[in-house]
Ligand binder design. Structure first.
Ligand code: MG
Length: 340
């Protein structure tokens, strides 16, 4: 590297940006498709393909359990995987602020490379722009992912059927509370960490060992409550969940009550909701629990028909620990900006 901080030249497309690409991106993303250095990567894909894109602006850039680089891989890989797909390729676009420390950028790129390897994807194309100071806050990253659909039929939000069982792959609210508490510098944050993780292997195991999955979705922004409402709405059904069965870490519960937040509305970045026919539920739970990122998985409720049910189509009813019921509504607006 020729400078310790990023200069505008590094995004110019000239010799300085070529050096940045060779010294940094090729080193950490190393694969033959990227290093072919053509205008576009040629992808080898079979059958129907899932594609998803997301931009990452998380503040702070580094947090317990991850950083903007690993998050930019996990977030997009997980959205592709939720279609019953095996993610294979990623693109990445960086928008960088002039004067950014080169050491900090390398930490982020190193983390992206490691996250991509763990998730089994290749970063095959990318772009770097450097903008003048103040035009962007340090680093923004966009990633786009593609993957081959391996499930048949593919899980989809409108496929939740009355009688199906609702599972979550682990504890709720860890990512959202981690980001918020670290941004605010709150002292209780010592024992919480983001759950940011790749779910591609979990999805692959579910598809091959359980099969016939109605819905897969990652409860990211808006949390579990908002995501369940989306799926109930898409499928025209009523969801009933039991509050006592929804896994939430004790430290997250305590932090949320201190801040007046509800963990069911906080973002997760390494968890999925899995909805399966009743006869598949125990198997799905066993498969998820056997995996590194699924140890706290739980069955949390079931899908009911809107006809003669306890609520209207698209609504989520939660049974409280005392046996009462309340509607779990959708999040209104953004609870926390720059959470991912
Ligand atoms: Mg998603």
């Amino acid at each position: 590297m020729t400078a310790e901080t990023l200069l505008l030249d590094y995004g110019s497309g000239g010799r300085a940006s070529q050096r940045l690409i060779a010294d940094l991106f090729f080193k950490h993303f190393d694969n033959p498709l990227l290093s072919a250095m053509n205008d576009a990567a040629i992808l080898d894909l079979q059958g129907p393909v899932a594609m998803s894109t997301d931009s990452y602006t998380v503040d702070p850039l580094f947090f317990p359990g991850g950083d903007i680089g690993s998050l930019a891989v996990h977030g997009t890989v997980n959205d592709v995987a939720m279609m019953g797909a095996k993610p294979k390729y990623l693109s990445c676009g960086f928008i960088l602020e002039e004067g950014l420390s080169m050491e900090l950028l390398e930490r982020i790129v190193t983390s992206m490379g490691l996250a991509a390897r763990e998730a089994g994807v290749l970063i095959v194309t990318g772009d770097t722009k450097v903008v003048p100071r103040g035009c962007v806050d340090k680093v923004f990253i966009n990633t786009t992912g593609v993957g081959e659909i391996i499930a048949n039929p593919a899980p989809a939000g409108n496929r939740a059927n009355p009688g199906d069982v609702i599972l979550v792959s682990g504890t709720m609210g860890d990512h959202g509370l981690t980001i918020l508490s670290h941004r605010e510098g709150l002292s209780f944050a010592t024992d919480i960490a983001s759950d940011s993780a790749p779910l591609a292997h979990m999805v692959e195991k579910l598809v091959y060992e359980v099969g016939d999955i109605s819905v897969l979705r990652d409860p990211t922004r808006g949390g579990l409550a908002t995501t369940l409402n989306e799926i109930a709405g898409q499928s025209g059904t009523v969801f009933k969940v039991r509050e006592a069965d929804i896994p939430v870490r004790e430290s997250v519960k305590n932090g949320c009550s201190f801040l007046g937040l509800d963990p069911l509305y906080l973002a997760n970045e390494g968890k999925l909701i899995c909805i399966v026919p009743q006869e598949k539920a125990e198997k799905a739970l066993e498969v998820i629990r056997s995996l590194q990122y699924g140890g706290d998985a739980a069955i949390i409720g079931e899908v009911l028909s809107a006809e003669g049910g306890p609520a209207k189509a698209g609504q989520v009813v939660m049974e409280t620990p005392l046996g009462g019921h309340r509607l779990l509504n959708m999040l209104e607006g953004e609870q926390l900006p720059r959470i991912c």
